[in-house]
Write a protein that binds this ligand. Sequence first.
Ligand code: NAD
Ligand code: TYD
Length: 354
Amino acid sequence: MILVTGGAGFIGSNFVLDWLGAGLEPVLNLDKLTYAGNLENLQSLKGNENHTFVRGDIGDVELVSALLLKNKIRAVVNFAAESHVDRSIRGPGDFIQTNVMGTFNLLECCRKYWETLSPKSKEDFRFLHVSTDEVFGSLGRAEPAFTEVHRYEPNSPYSASKAASDHLVRAWLHTYGLPVLTTNCSNNYGPYHFPEKLIPLVIHNALKGKPLPIYGDGQQIRDWLYVSDHCAAIRRVLDRGQIGETYNIGGCNEKANLEVVDTICNLLDAHKPKAGGKSYKEQITFVTDRPGHDRRYAMDASKIERELGWRPTETFESGMAKTVQWYLNNTQWTENVASGAYLEWVEQQYVGNA
Ligand code: NAD
Ligand code: TYD
């Protein structure tokens, strides 16, 4: 069995669904169900005996230690985090608590568990830490994309807390020998993306006739990757990655924010035209920029392609078309998030400790 932390969030839930869809090992899903955790994402797994959900905190030493031991965990994939840059600016405390202290606790529990394993199980055990390109800071327009050896230069409380967690993971390998792997990925998009982030927020606001907020001049660049491609990369690293290595994951899709929003508007104009024939682009509104806003991220993913044979399957165009279609087909999901009804879902579906 593998332990997935944060498996009710955006990427974690996509990962669990893809993993079980591929017929791999049973999953123990540990998630605190913060505002970002949504059990509705995992609705299709109801009654699936290969999926066990536990509501809990990665910082809870007793709970994590007991789960590892009782379920004979073979690998841990750590998605659990506070993940939204804007929230980290307004309130950094939770980011330090979960991303730094939580990862520290998880590493310590894993180390103590791992030390009790038989030589064979010890060799097979993996701790895979899911991190971000944001730890590398901001690139100038003409600079080459981030490689794995780029200097860490985080600029937001979010990226600084993720950078700290990456360093802890590295130290647990070098000091204690814990078999760790780290992935640093670019911006994801796709189904079950919480509508506080750019792409789902713009789709939701567009359909509601609300403003589409563009920070600053909208020329900040992100490298967008469809979420299932990220999940496939993590599976590949878990399966074939070299212990102690870090792998950059990216979509080779550098787009300015304004271009992303234009693409969404074009897709909505085609598939859900507004009454009166006007474009959703009319709702674009320029707003005050985010403090410390990183100008450009770009990932050089040649190492994972060369060494592990992974590359993205979706282009920006195909991934965005799928994504917009998913949100058009699943308006109730976004409605439930926007209204807070998804929190009731948590109360109804919560199944207790494994
Ligand atoms: P998310 O905010 O959608 O989900 C995070 C999940 O973690 C939620 O379900 C939440 O309830 C859970 N959680 C939070 N604190 C917890 C705690 N203390 N204990 C247990 N569970 C807790 O985030 P996401 O976008 O799915 O990102 C997942 C991971 O991937 C994060 O580590 C993030 O840094 C990383 N990442 C995200 C992106 C992206 O574009 N979203 C890109 C690269 C890396
Ligand atoms: P976001 O989805 O929050 O991801 P991140 O900050 O981790 O890259 O934002 C993506 C980009 O979109 C980022 O440059 C900030 C910008 N943005 C807006 O212009 N308007 C918005 O309402 C949001 C949420 C983000």
